[in-house]
Design a protein around this ligand. Structure first.
Ligand code: FAD
Length: 514
């Protein structure tokens, strides 16, 4: 039997479910090859966090046909140009660096770290290699109000309200892309003799037959985890964070206060705090390791941060919520005619905000390679699993680098992280190799790599890593002087700074042209 794949059933209406439904529907709308239905529980809330995206979100929104202005206005969204890490290096004053979204100038042709290191590496790495550092330092937007939608002067993603984002995607999916939407709990699963899922039984008595089922049920992983028994492969021995306490903080003056152009990530004794600026409020969270700090202390740490950064606000007026998660990913993501996307596939921690980017990537593969029949599905599934395993290993490795390269020695959390026995072998090898040569394309060789080698450079040198051996003189000479690049980065920054509005002014201009 080799039945055709015509009906795609997405289970779950969080960001993962709606992004997948939209991408598949947008790709196949009008072709008549596949219909998309999304079922979500009216009782189980979405996780409600996930407010930082990557530049990939611009491609996703454009693909599914959402205008950027509508997105900015309806999702209370702003522009994110990267992450600013505070206190990760040694925890002392002035310990901060940025990981911007723009690649270093000339990155395809020459390794900027070679030149930068050869000349002493005194200027902060990001300042030396990209004008975006100067734009971020002045709190400016990545584009002008008149710049076409999704285009930019410097690369950007978004900060957004997760609830409003899912609501916008839902409206768009149903009214524009023809996705059928059902609100009910999946209460049972009907199988075919070969083990494929035949249909879902809903608590309303309805039955939903399908050919491909996408499990977007969040941490519950109803289909891939509970039904198919794909266990979660834990990453807790490498990345210890397993809880977050989150809250939202109003601005003192919502019309005038600056909107941060980056996610601020401040290291703490047993975790770190994210601080995301939306146009109407800030979203905060302290993500931590429950093996190293108790919930009450973690909550107090976030409250202290609120007091420090919003002195006019009564810190007790903020409602705090604790979210538990198990860092890890599924053994297999695509099992028979069922594929997991989003939290059901796995989650490590919010550092570098890679979760939605991986959702977009997985959903784009499903949309582009949607198998026409069951035989082809087996091949697509095998390749999908291999690709996702690769990405999860790279995510774990790259996130661990932020901790492994730290010189913090103030408590068990940081000491445990710095212990090379807790590093993946691939990271141990790279840290050894980087003693003589900077990260480069071989360290992240795939075309569709989530973290290119430029990201490794930004973090490694931002963290203060300096190699044991200098690069060979001839190699540096062939690369030209770093001053030429940093001079160009500074010159470009100077020109951009004169032209770009503040992030607040850009958001206001977009709101005004509604
Ligand atoms: C603390 C924290 C911070 C994060 N920060 C970021 C970030 O900054 N950037 C980023 O990219 N990602 C972040 N993430 C991850 C991001 O939140 C998720 O990847 C994203 O929200 C997708 O979630 P989801 O749709 O998979 O799951 P959920 O939002 O949990 O949705 C699950 C859906 O399944 C439905 N469901 C469950 N059971 C049933 C059932 N029986 N029948 C029918 N429906 C059912 C629910 O109703 C719901 O609609 C963060 C995660 C955490 C925990």
């Amino acid at each position: 039997m080799n039945p055709p794949v015509r009906q795609v059933v997405v289970v779950g209406g969080g960001s993962a479910g709606w992004i997948t439904a939209c991408l598949v529907a947008a790709e196949h709308r009008g072709s008549g090859t596949a219909a998309v239905l999304l079922v979500e529980s009216p009782d189980v809330p979405t996780i409600g966090v996930g407010e930082g995206t990557w530049p990939s979100m611009r491609t996703t929104l454009r693909r599914i046909g959402i205008a950027e202005d509508d997105f900015i206005r309806q999702c209370d969204a702003s522009f994110k140009q990267g992450t600013r890490f505070v206190g990760w290096r040694d925890g002392r004053d002035a310990d901060a660096y940025i990981h911007p979204f723009s690649w270093p100038l000339d990155y395809a042709n020459a390794n900027p770290a070679l030149r930068w290191l050869a000349e002493g590496g005194e200027l902060p790495f990001a300042d030396a290699v990209t004008p975006q550092a100067g734009v971020i330092a002045r709190g400016l937007a990545p584009k002008q109000a008149a710049t076409p939608e999704y285009a930019f002067a410097v690369n950007y993603g978004y900060h957004l309200n997760a609830g409003k984002f899912a609501a916008l995607l839902q409206r768009h999916a149903v009214t524009v892309l023809g996705v059928r939407h059902v609100r009910a709990n999946v209460a049972g699963i009907e199988s075919r003799p070969d083990g494929d899922i035949k249909a879902l039984a809903l608590d309303t008595g309805q039955r939903l037959p399908g050919d491909l089922f996408v499990d977007c049920t969040g941490q519950r992983a109803l289909l891939v985890g509970e039904h198919y028994g794909q266990r979660l492969v834990s990453a807790a021995d490498v990345l210890f964070n397993d809880r977050a306490v989150v809250g939202q903080v109003p601005y003192a003056d919502a019309d005038a206060d600056a909107i941060a152009p980056v996610t601020n990530a401040s290291a703490q004794d047993a975790g770190w705090i994210w601080d995301i600026g939306l146009p109407t409020r800030r979203g905060l969270g302290h993500v931590y390791s429950s093996a190293h700090v108790d919930d009450e202390t973690a909550r107090r740490t976030l409250r202290d941060y609120v007091e420090e950064t919003s002195p006019a606000l009564a810190a007790e007026s903020v409602a705090y919520r604790t979210i538990a998660f198990r860092p890890g990913h599924r053994e297999a993501f695509w099992k028979r005619n069922c594929v997991a996307v989003g939290m059901s596939a796995g989650f490590i921690e919010p550092l570098e905000a890679s979760a939605l980017a991986l959702v977009e990537h997985a959903a784009a593969i499903i949309a582009e390679q949607l198998p026409r029949d069951r035989e082809i599905m087996a091949v697509v599934a095998k390749r999908f699993n291999a690709r996702m395993h690769y990405h999860w290993q790279r995510i774990i490795e790259f996130l661990k680098l932020h901790y492994a390269a730290s010189a913090r020695d103030d408590g068990a959390y940081w000491r445990d992280h710095r212990d090379p026995r807790s590093w993946p072998e691939s990271l141990r090898e790279k840290m050894t190799l980087w003693q003589q040569q900077p990260p480069w394309h071989d360290d992240a060789p795939l075309l569709g790599e989530l973290f290119p080698s430029a990201s490794y450079q930004y973090v490694l040198y931002g963290m203060g890593f300096r190699p044991r051996y200098g690069a060979a003189k001839a190699e540096c000479a062939a690369q030209g002087g770093s001053q030429a690049v940093s001079g160009r980065a500074r010159e470009q920054a100077r020109r951009m700074v004169a032209l770009l509005p503040t992030t607040r002014a850009l958001v206001r201009a977009i709101a005004a042209r509604a």
